[in-house]
Design a protein around this ligand. Sequence first.
Ligand code: SF4
Length: 315
Amino acid sequence: MQVAIRAVWGMVTDIERQTAGDVHVGKTSTSRAQIIQWVMLRTDDHSRDSAGLRYVYPVISRRAGGVSVGINLNPNNACNWACVYCQVEGLTRGGPPPIDLDLLEQELSGFLEAVLHGDFMQRCVPLEAQRLMDIAFSGNGEPTSSPEFPGAVARVARVLSNFSLNLPPRLITNGSLLHRSDVQSGIRHLGSLGGEVWFKLDRAGADEIQEINGVPGAPEKISRALETCAGLARTWVQTCWFALDGDPPSAGSVDAYCLLLRPLAHQLAGVHLYGLARPSMQAAASRLTALPEPDMQLFARRIEIETGLKVIVSP
Ligand code: SF4
């Protein structure tokens, strides 16, 4: 079943339901209508166009435990990294196009109106996930590579305030641009809203970073960026852990990872350790295999022992 809702400046005015052989099309009365298309959401489908909008998309996040409202500042599928497990189809190297912040704000307002005062949850979300969890800057590339990132945080803050909504904004980042003052100011603002950052750290060895993330490995730079980030907003580390060419990460890899995190642990909220929930869309996809859950748990316990950090595992 597909559900489409016509929303006007945040006001849901009409509902169109479309099922095979059963189409009901309602009336709409304005030329400024946006069409929002919804399908029944699944945890294994994080399509950025699930609502037919340019910047805003809902997903069911197994990590967040409910519906996450995604903000995609990279609609051109361009990223400054090239991770082997990346789920973005047609990923290219580069930065985002200019972001239309007015449109982003309209989309977010319209979507939240439909969620809070419409029947989006009933129509599109399985019963067990009918909770609004967060607003996450997480798109088809690195969100902080957009010069409009701080402005986007400000717009999200305004929409949340307009709805009197106490929803934490999250930033999912590879952390590579934390040295930029505009990025820091956006994260500081996000932190002041009670938001948090999920900072990508997949491997800590220079060679592995090059292989997994497709960028020159610089563990010291990552360490500095992580420390800076933790000083601006509550920061979790997020780590994708899997076997490459049939080989799980080596003992040296585990050691290097724990060594990098240990001195920063007191500043961090914890670690989200996750496996390969959805397939990689990159050329290296066939080289990757998920690790058995006991192996993930073993690594999680090792991190906890070595660093004292809390580890949440999503195999
Ligand atoms: S940083 Fe994120 S968007 Fe960029 S390549 Fe890696 S997984 Fe994909």
